[in-house]
Write a protein that binds this ligand. Structure first.
Ligand code: NAP
Length: 248
C-alpha cells in the first residue's frame, strides 16, 4: 500500500462500499486521505464497514441507487455532512443469472436498473455539483463480461456494456469542466458475488486466466485509487481491465 495521502481533503462516495470490492475501494481511498461516504441498502452493514476504515471523517448512508430520488437526497446529505464530493465510485452491482429464455422481466429490469441505472442516477446528481466546481473524478466498476459477453448473464453483460458507453459519453461531455470519467473492468474477483458459483464453473474460469489465480478486492482497489487521483489527471474515457489477462 502506498504511503502518500494524495486524496487528502477530498470526499469520495463509494456505492456498494459495505463489502467486497467496494469495501476494499473505500479502504484504499481512506488510506489516501479521502473522507469516504459508503452508500448501500443495508444501513447496519454500511455503518459497520465505516468503523473499519482508516482515518476519520467517514460516514454511511442507506440508499438504493436504483431510486433516483434517494440518490439525490443521499448526495445532498453527504455534501452537508462531509463536504463537496470530489470522487464518485459507482460500484454497487447485482447479478440475476439465467439462460436467456429463462430470464424473467424483473431479472432484466433489476440488473439494468441497479447496475446501469444506479450509476446514471448518481452521476447525474453528482456531476451537477462537480460542474459548478470544475473538478471531479468518476470511476465506474464494470466487468470483463461487458467486453466479452457471457452465456447465462445477458442482463448483467448488457448492464456492464451499457456502463462502458455511459463512461465514454460522460468523459466526452464533462472533460471541458475538468471532470474525468473512467471504468475499471474486473475479471473474476473473490467476493460474496462469486462465492456461489459451482466448482466446475470456477475451474473452467481459472483455466482461462493467464495469471492463473482469481483476483482479490484489493487488486481492483489500487487501480481505482490511481484512476480517482491526481496521477491519472490526463486519463479519461478509458476502460482498464483488472483480470489477470483473461480478456486479452
Ligand atoms: P458484492 O460483494 O455482492 O457487494 C455488492 C455491494 O453493492 C454491496 O455493498 C451491496 O450492499 C451493494 N448494492 C447492491 N445493490 C445495491 C443497490 N441497489 N443500491 C445500493 N447498493 C447496492 O459485489 P462485488 O463482487 O464486490 O462487486 C462489486 C462490483 O464489482 C459490482 O458492480 C460487480 O458487478 C463488479 N464486478 C465484480 C466481479 C467479481 O468477480 N466479484 C467481477 C467483475 C465486476 P447492499 O446489499 O447492502 O445494498
Amino acid at each position: 500500500m502506498t504511503e502518500t495521502r494524495e486524496l487528502e481533503g477530498g470526499v469520495a462516495i463509494v456505492t456498494g462500499g459495505s463489502r467486497g470490492i467496494g469495501l476494499a475501494v473505500s479502504a484504499a481511498l481512506a488510506q489516501a486521505g479521502a473522507a469516504v461516504a459508503i452508500v448501500a441498502r443495508d444501513a447496519e452493514r454500511a455503518a459497520g464497514a465505516v468503523t473499519g476504515l482508516p482515518g476519520d471523517g467517514h460516514a454511511a448512508y442507506s440508499c438504493d441507487v436504483a431510486d433516483p430520488v434517494a440518490c439525490k437526497k443521499t448526495v445532498a446529505a453527504v455534501e452537508s455532512a462531509q463536504g463537496a464530493v470530489s470522487i464518485l465510485v459507482n460500484n454497487a452491482g447485482i447479478t440475476r443469472d439465467n439462460i436467456l429464455l429463462r430470464l424473467r422481466d424483473d431479472d432484466w429490469a433489476d440488473v439494468i436498473g441497479t447496475n446501469l441505472g444506479g450509476a446514471f442516477n448518481m452521476i447525474r446528481v453528482v456531476a451537477r455539483r462537480m460542474m459548478k466546481r470544475r473538478a471531479g473524478s468518476i470511476v465506474n466498476i464494470t466487468s470483463v463480461v461487458g467486453l466479452m459477453g457471457n452465456a447465462g448473464q445477458a442482463n448483467y453483460a448488457a448492464s456492464k456494456a451499457g456502463l462502458h458507453g455511459l463512461t465514454k459519453s460522460v468523459a466526452k461531455e464533462l472533460a471541458s469542466r475538468n471532470i474525468r470519467c473512467n471504468a475499471v473492468a474486473p475479471g473474476f474477483i473473490t467476493t460474496d458475488m462469486t462465492a456461489g458459483l459451482a466448482d466446475s464453473v470456477v475451474e473452467d474460469l481459472r483455466e482461462r486466466i493467464p495469471l492463473a489465480r482469481f483476483g482479490e478486492p484489493e487488486d481492483v482497489a489500487g487501480v481505482v485509487r490511481f484512476l480517482a487521483g491526481p496521477e491519472a489527471r490526463y486519463i479519461t474515457g478509458q476502460i482498464l481491465t483488472v483480470d489477470g489477462g483473461m480478456a486479452m
